[in-house]
Design a protein around this ligand. Structure first.
Ligand SMILES: C[C@H](O)[C@H](O)[C@H]1CNC2=NC(N)=NC(=O)C2=N1
Length: 122
């Protein structure tokens, strides 16, 4: 498992679901090299900043990430600014990182280049 994280489904995550082990964290991180693991209030999260040519395209990306979150029932924090969107993924129910978060980060990455391409061509 784990060759194509963006194609895995996000599984329903219960409160007793396992956090990723340090070994899994290391392996999964290699598939999402642009993401950093940060800690906020003692909770580990995945964080990535995406860049855009203006506010409208940043907002379109935010909307697409929001739809992805609703489809997968797993929801990020998103900060939308002029020319950039910062996304954080973690699992609220376990206050930390689950495999789901790495799946969602990979899926988020897969939305980025197509949006830029559509936007520039339109
Ligand atoms: C019932 C519903 O699926 C859950 O409450 C979901 C909603 N979205 C979620 N999103 C994230 N990131 N973590 C969760 O634990 C979580 N729980």
């Amino acid at each position: 498992m784990g060759q194509n994280l963006s194609e895995e489904k996000c599984v329903a995550c219960r409160g007793d679901a396992p956090k990723v082990t340090p070994e899994e964290k290391e392996l999964l991180s290699r598939q999402i090299p642009e993401w950093k693991i940060v800690e906020k209030n003692g909770v580990e999260m995945l964080e990535r900043k995406y860049e855009f040519p203006d506010f409208a395209s940043a907002l379109m990306f935010t909307e697409r990430v929001g739809k992805l979150a609703e489809n997968e029932k797993h929801h990020p924090s998103i900060l939308t600014e002029w020319g950039k969107v910062t996304v954080w993924w973690w699992t609220h129910k376990i206050n930390g990182l689950h495999r789901n978060d790495f799946i969602m980060a990979a899926k988020t990455d897969s939305l980025y280049q197509p949006l830029l391409k559509d936007y520039i061509e339109s």
